[in-house]
Write a protein that binds this ligand. Structure first.
Ligand code: ASP
Length: 322
């Protein structure tokens, strides 16, 4: 967050959710507890509420999305909101008036929450600085920088499987350098007190030394996965590549693909995660992705619960509901 801007209100509640940086542990835990209350057993009807009754949530997604966009929409609808979905390329417009004109136009239609995914760093905060007093901005993904609801759903999944965060070893594997999922997972899990976070990547996919403070870095997956309780695989963000050329996917799979043999090096009860979309046969084989350790589908289910929790929190912070 740049100078003078806070996503929290005077009471410490979230008015916006743009990043997990600076969000205190107690507030993250409160969001996870709230999300857990929205988790229902498989086969049960999804939970509903009226926390957002009368509100309108606008999804403005300028990058492809299946899971995030659908889950924000379902979360909003299940809490009683109206929703609109627009493919608005905020970042492709000239800065300033035109972005804000779009936002002001939608505000006149009584949009209360903007959920924004955009490839340009800073757009979310820029919009949040300009919206009217009763309007919230929630990030559905910001460039390579931040994906806060993904970080929360990953934390929720780990908490459900492991009962907490104490003493865990969590290994993030792949294109860490260009991954907003890895950055938000690192932020959430550091705040929640995970003992050891490891990042595993080839040199071109390693983040700058100043990033991922406290994480142990490994060039070898076999070393980085040894004894891990949680193994989070990431997609190669080829769409964010600049000049370096395409990755040799066969060689990448050899060195960094998660296979049944490799996962055996992790802790006996280790779980496997992936934010999707998966490239089967590249960063993960189908046997592992669909195997007993995989929590990948559970992550998707938790995505709706977490987005309900964030929307309900924002509504409650504005005096809407308990
Ligand atoms: N769906 C995630 C994201 O939006 C991960 C990915 O695209 O690889 O960042």
């Amino acid at each position: 967050m740049s100078g003078g801007f806070s996503q929290q209100d005077a009471n410490g509640r979230l008015r916006h959710l743009i990043t997990l940086d600076g969000v205190p542990r107690a507030l993250i835990e409160e969001l996870l507890d709230r999300a857990q209350s929205h988790v229902t057993p498989a086969g049960a009807l999804p939970p509903r509420g009226d926390d957002l009754a009368g509100w309108t949530v606008a999804n403005l997604f300028a990058e492809p999305s299946t899971r995030t966009r659908a889950s924000f929409e379902l979360a909003a609808v299940r809490l009683g909101a109206d929703t609109i979905n627009l493919d608005v390329m905020l970042s492709s417009r000239a800065k300033g008036e035109s972005i804000i004109d779009t936002i002001y136009t939608l505000q006149e239609m009584q949009v209360n929450v903007f959920v924004i995914r955009d490839a340009e760093p800073g757009i979310h905060e820029y919009v949040a600085r300009h919206v009217g007093p009763g309007v919230s901005v929630i990030s559905g993904g910001e460039a390579h920088l931040s994906h806060p609801t993904q970080g929360l759903l990953d934390a929720l999944t780990i908490r459900q499987c492991k009962g907490g965060f104490d003493g865990l070893v969590v290994t993030l594997v792949g294109d860490i350098r260009r991954s907003r999922v890895a950055r938000s997972a690192h932020r959430a899990l550091s705040t929640l007190g995970v003992a050891e976070i490891r990042i595993v990547a080839p040199p071109v996919m390693m983040p700058e030394p100043a990033e991922f403070a406290g994480a142990r870095r490994f060039g070898s997956l076999d070393e980085g996965i040894a004894g891990a309780d949680v193994v989070m695989m990431l997609r190669i963000q080829q769409e964010r590549a600049t000049g370096a050329g395409a990755t040799d996917l066969v060689a990448y799979h050899q060195d960094y693909g998660l296979t049944p043999a490799r996962i055996e090096r992790a802790a006996p009860e280790a779980i496997v995660m992936h934010p999707g979309p998966m490239n089967r046969g590249v960063e993960i084989t189908s046997d592992v992705a669909d195997g007993p350790r995989s929590m990948i589908r559970r992550q998707v289910a938790n995505g709706v619960a977490v987005r309900m929790a964030v929307l309900a929190h924002v509504a409650a912070a504005r005096g809407r509901a308990p």
